[in-house]
Ligand binder design. Structure first.
Ligand code: CP3
Length: 347
């Protein structure tokens, strides 16, 4: 299958080709801020059913596409389907975030298994191929996964964490054992991304939500090195399909990340100075970002000024407009419409 000629706008920007306007999509563009999503969710027994029932996942993926003029759909799934497919117990309790039966040391690694991996994820790939067939021409389909470090934080902490003491404790006290977990996730993550591409994804994004909590050397070994390995595996299997990396909170380490992982695009969070991103990152990669999600909740002139500023500072280089993190549940959908028309009419 030759997928190297996908010419949707986002892919062209990631290849650093000239484009007429700035493409836009929003992290977590499906979800609780949409009343139609809340209705869909009420029909499912659990969120895992939404992730694993192709009709429901397809519907959730398409909801924001019907409402807004977005340049991409992101497959409705979650970063925690990878540990789930490796046999770890994962549950989502409404409002409280995910709960996993934690892995605390190398002695727990044999609990992970590859045997059910593809079967458990097959509905995700089926949803991707159905969505691909429903999307308007020119709208990209984005596949995604969590990066090994961020997924490992959930696997070891057993859920969301404030201080990451357990996962950092394992990484610090047994670096060789912890690397086995990371390497296991490198292989599983690459497999998952490649399968989404084969099912129809035009590009993929690696979410590294917790990249910013690591000191320099740990950032290199637990974020940069595994990301580079995944990018290489995706390139070898699917040449020409772009990869965006989102190492949230990486600060000045964004520079090394952009230079050394091989990603085509880097998602920046709202704290990264725009002129720095233009000078240091855009010569190396396309930049995606970075409106503060709270500005989208607020709307009004503050949102318009912040958006115009991003377009001015980053619009001369390769830019994909997005938020600095996911859409917040309190976001009024009308603010999203206004944001998107502003970006669409800016060039
Ligand atoms: O529209 C989209 O962006 C696609 C779907 C998507 C979900 N999760 C669905 C979801 C994506 C891209 C994700 C990524 C994800 N999941 C990340 C990385 C991005 C980020 O926000 O930092 C992380 C860390 C997770 C793990 C996760 N999943 C948490 C911590 C939670 C609970 C808190 C929360 O954000 O609601 C989830 C649940 C989850 N994943 C929901 C959705 C729509 C909420 C489900 C619900 O309550 O209906």
């Amino acid at each position: 299958m030759n997928r190297t000629h996908s010419d949707v706008l986002i892919v062209r920007v990631l290849r650093r080709e000239r484009s007429q306007r700035v493409p836009v999509w929003l992290m977590r563009q499906a979800g609780r801020y949409l009343p139609e999503y809340r209705r869909l969710r009420d029909q499912a027994a659990s969120i895992l059913d939404l992730f694993y029932t192709p009709e429901l996942a397809v519907e959730a993926t398409l909801q924001p596409i019907r409402r807004f003029e977005l340049d991409a759909a992101i497959l409705f799934s979650d970063i925690l389907v990878v540990p789930h497919a490796l046999g770890q117990e994962v549950q989502f309790w409404a409002g409280d975030g995910p709960v996993l039966t934690p892995l605390r040391s190398i002695a727990d690694l044999p609990r992970l298994t590859d045997s059910g991996f593809h079967d458990r994820l097959a509905p995700v790939y089926e949803a991707a191929s159905v969505v691909k067939g429903c999307l308007p021409t020119g709208t990209a389909l984005i596949g995604f996964a969590g990066s090994p470090w961020t997924v490992a934080t959930y696997m070891v902490e057993g859920g969301t964490s404030r201080d990451f003491v357990r996962v950092k404790g394992w990484a610090a006290s047994d670096p060789i054992g912890f690397r086995q977990l990371i390497d296991r996730l490198v292989t599983a993550t690459a497999k998952h991304l490649i399968a989404q591409i084969r099912a129809g994804a035009d590009l993929v994004q690696l979410f590294d939500t917790h990249a910013g909590v690591l000191p320099e050397e740990a950032f290199r070994s637990l974020v940069v090195r595994p990301t580079r390995a995944i990018v290489q595996m995706v390139r070898d299997a699917c040449p020409g399909v772009p990869v965006i990396g989102f190492p949230r909170g990486a600060g000045v380490m964004y520079g090394e990340y952009a230079a050394e992982t091989g990603v085509d695009g880097v998602g920046i969070d709202s704290v990264v100075p725009l002129s720095w991103a233009a000078g240091v990152l855009q010569p190396l990669v396309a930049v995606q970002g970075s409106l503060d999600p709270a500005w989208l909740v607020a709307g009004g002139s503050a949102m318009r000024v912040a958006t115009a500023n991003i377009l001015k500072e980053l619009g001369n280089g390769p830019l994909i407009f997005n938020l600095g993190h996911g859409v917040l549940p309190a976001t009024p959908p009308e603010h999203v419409s206004e944001l998107i028309s502003m970006i669409r009419s800016s060039s």
